[in-house]
Write a protein that binds this ligand. Structure first.
Ligand SMILES: Cc1cc2nc3c(=O)[nH]c(=O)nc-3n(C[C@H](O)[C@H](O)[C@H](O)COP(=O)(O)OP(=O)(O)OC[C@H]3O[C@@H](n4cnc5c(N)ncnc54)[C@H](O)[C@@H]3O)c2cc1C
Length: 447
């Protein structure tokens, strides 16, 4: 057993026990428990480098962890070391050309700094208290994805620590293969320590129109139509519990604006056609809009649903099969079966992603469909049943051309080749090249 004396000395903190080590044994999914032997809160990229060199000499698994909001054990390691990136939280430079930020910062904290200069990143996940590194390691899909692609597509450069402990910068112009592997790379190729992100002028306010439809067909068609029309800046949707029982389908379309040019409600309502059964409007400051996930987090906490198991199934589905896929999910689960959770949908238009291993369906248009479940009064049996049901639906989804978005339920050992499809050989080749000892992100069991 390793003692702290065996480790090198760090400028940051190395912990072998205590609350942070215990917390790092679980994630937001609460589906598995795996205790690391140590946790490093690095003070700098040099600390990360020292740890990686030590880990490779000792064949120790290393996993980066941001906010631990994964749901399938992605950021856990049994018997390895967790790098808690939250201590890497500096902004290194910020101007209209972009922001160099350390990756332990949450997007919410980043926004606070960029907004002081009237700037904001172009696309953001619904929950802004996720770490930059955690989101860039999976993709980052939002209601702005139809315009900007995934968040990984708004990254201009990265600073990473390789599995040999080297600190290097990479981009499309420099160390290109490492760059495109780390984006959406599930922590398999290097530890990301900082990222240069695009910025755009920040609007002042956001007006969101929520249009409720009983028909999933109209709902899906309207979301895509709004993306193609391009008038709204944010387009997403939810299947929500309907007062009549079953699901209702809510299109969410937001317009960003400056005070002097507010959107015309009449024109916006006309774009939400056919006429919805209900139309509501929320007008918020940009900050309120970006941090709207806080309100959902508060509601889940108040309802006792934040700390329970979350077996989420999140898949990209080609447009051609999206109705079949959504209908299958909506009929498999009544709202009560998923603990009053929702089914979230984001439309995407075909944009080539720069992330080598972000797997999207081979389709010009697709939807991200996430069944966001909470297990009420959890027992092992109830949780296992829901996970099993989702595995069955995932297998059915694959037959419809869906691809998993690996934030929740993951492919199991032996299923990754199918997940990566024609990129599987490339994945294996890059893994061998960038992490020859196989010490990074071992809990995903990518075989
Ligand atoms: C409430 C909630 C809302 C969400 N909303 C959205 C959404 O709107 N859109 C969306 O796309 N996703 C969404 N997600 C999923 C979320 O984007 C991912 O789970 C994301 O990875 C979580 O970030 P994190 O900081 O918690 O990462 P963690 O869970 O800590 O880590 C995730 C993965 O990234 C790796 N990793 C983390 N940091 C680094 C690093 N610095 N270098 C290398 N690898 C690293 C980890 O090893 C792990 O494999 C949501 C999740 C939750 C719980």
């Amino acid at each position: 057993m390793l003692t702290s004396k065996a480790f090198p000395t760090f400028e940051g903190r190395l912990l072998l026990s205590g609350d942070l080590v215990t917390e790092a044994a679980e994630d937001f999914g609460h589906l598995s428990h795996q205790k690391p032997i140590a946790l490093l809160q690095p003070a700098s990229s040099e600390d990360v480098s020292k740890l990686i060199r030590f880990a490779s000499e000792n064949q120790l698994p290393v996993t980066a962890r941001g906010q631990g909001h994964s749901m399938g054990g992605q950021a856990l390691t049994a018997g390895g070391v967790v790098i808690d990136t939250r201590s890497l939280s500096k902004i290194r430079s910020l101007d209209p050309d972009g922001v160099w930020a350390e990756v332990g910062l949450t997007w919410s904290a980043l926004n606070k700094q960029t907004l002081l200069k009237g700037l904001v990143v172009p696309a953001l996940t619904d929950h802004s208290r996720l770490s930059i590194g955690g989101v860039l390691s999976v993709g980052g899909i939002s209601g702005q994805a139809f315009r900007f692609g995934a968040q990984v597509d708004t990254v201009e450069a990265l600073e990473v620590v390789t599995s040999q402990g080297e600190i290097i910068r990479c981009s499309q112009q420099q160390e290109q293969e490492l760059f495109v592997s780390c984006l959406g790379g599930l922590g398999q190729f290097a530890i990301i320590t900082a990222a240069k992100l695009m910025l755009v002028d920040a609007p002042e306010r956001v007006r969101t129109y929520e249009a409720l439809y009983p028909s999933p067909e109209i709902f899906l068609a309207l979301q895509m139509q709004l993306c193609h029309e391009g008038y709204f800046d944010y387009v997403a949707g939810l299947a929500v519990p309907s007062p009549a029982g079953g699901w209702g389908f809510l299109v969410q379309a937001s317009k960003f604006y400056r005070r002097e040019h507010p959107p015309n409600n009449h024109i916006c309502a006309e774009m939400l056609y056919p006429k919805p059964v209900e139309l509501t409007l929320h007008d918020r400051s940009l900050t309120e809009f970006l941090d709207r996930g806080d309100e959902q987090e508060r509601e889940l906490k108040e309802a006792g649903l934040w700390g329970v198991p979350h077996p989420w199934l999140v898949q990209f589905c080609p447009r051609s099969n999206s109705l079949e896929c959504l209908t299958a999910l909506a009929s498999a689960f009544k709202p009560a079966d998923i603990g009053n959770g929702v089914i979230a949908l984001y439309p995407l238009l075909s944009k080539p992603t720069q992330a080598s291993f972000l797997c999207l369906p081979n389709s010009k248009e697709c939807f991200l469909i996430g069944v966001l479940s909470n297990v009420l009064s959890p027992t092992q049996e109830r949780t296992a049943k829901l996970v099993e049901q989702k595995r069955v639906l995932f297998a059915k989804g694959q037959a419809l051309g869906t691809k998993l978005y690996p934030v929740g339920l993951l492919p199991q050992r032996g299923e990754w080749a199918e997940h990566y499809g024609e990129r599987w050989m490339l994945f294996q080749e890059r893994k061998k090249r960038f992490d020859p000892l196989g010490i990074l992100g071992t809990n995903l069991k990518i075989e």
